[in-house]
Design a protein around this ligand. Structure first.
Ligand SMILES: [Zn+2]
Length: 182
């Protein structure tokens, strides 16, 4: 920060012949802080991030997908298209195609939303603290596009004890038909 202010002062000094306020501290405010997806571990660095405007998302998502992924909405329990799905296959992000979960980690939690005890890859999802609605919850977010997926709770089965409670609208299921035939 100091170096930046110093460099700016040098620049100002070059433009105006006499920089009288050189003793003053320069404060620079960055407005793009929201563009960086916080990663507590820093492990998500290698995942290519996708950024789109709300209008661009609206063009490619259904209204239900937009409400969940981009506005952190929650679908009504037992109404989503995947809470009962028990076929083999992969669950990808409906926004960007990032592989999020597989049928191997899916279990029937009875809660009315697709539930998984682990993601397909820990680096494909990011966990954020969510303080909305007077609760403290762990929000599950797609590490690639930042889309809201659901929440993770510590009442899941073995081996992790976690329950990733995910909205169907944030997922695209891709059935592994070859496997189902066997
Ligand atoms: Zn995504």
């Amino acid at each position: 920060m100091k170096y930046m202010a110093f460099a700016l002062l040098l620049l100002l000094g070059a433009v105006s012949t006499q920089a009288q306020d050189s003793g003053k501290k320069m404060t620079t405010t960055k407005n793009d802080s929201h563009s960086t997806l916080k990663s507590t571990t820093g492990k998500n660095m290698q995942i290519e991030k996708i950024k789109k405007s709300d209008q661009e998302w609206k063009n490619i998502l259904t209204p239900a997908q937009f409400r969940v992924l981009r506005e952190k909405g929650t679908e009504v329990a037992f109404t989503g298209k995947y809470y009962k799905t028990d076929k083999d296959g992969n669950y990808r992000c409906a926004g960007c195609g990032n592989l999020l979960f597989t049928s191997k980690e899916k279990f029937d939690s009875g809660c009315g939303w697709p539930s998984f005890f682990a993601p397909a890859d820990n680096e494909h999802v990011t966990i954020h603290k969510d303080y909305s609605h007077g609760m403290v919850r762990d929000e599950v977010v797609c590490a690639k596009c930042g889309g809201h997926l659901g929440h993770v709770f510590e009442d899941g089965p073995r081996p992790t004890g976690l329950r990733y409670c995910i909205n169907s609208a944030s997922l695209e299921f891709d059935a592994n038909d070859d496997k189902n035939k066997k």
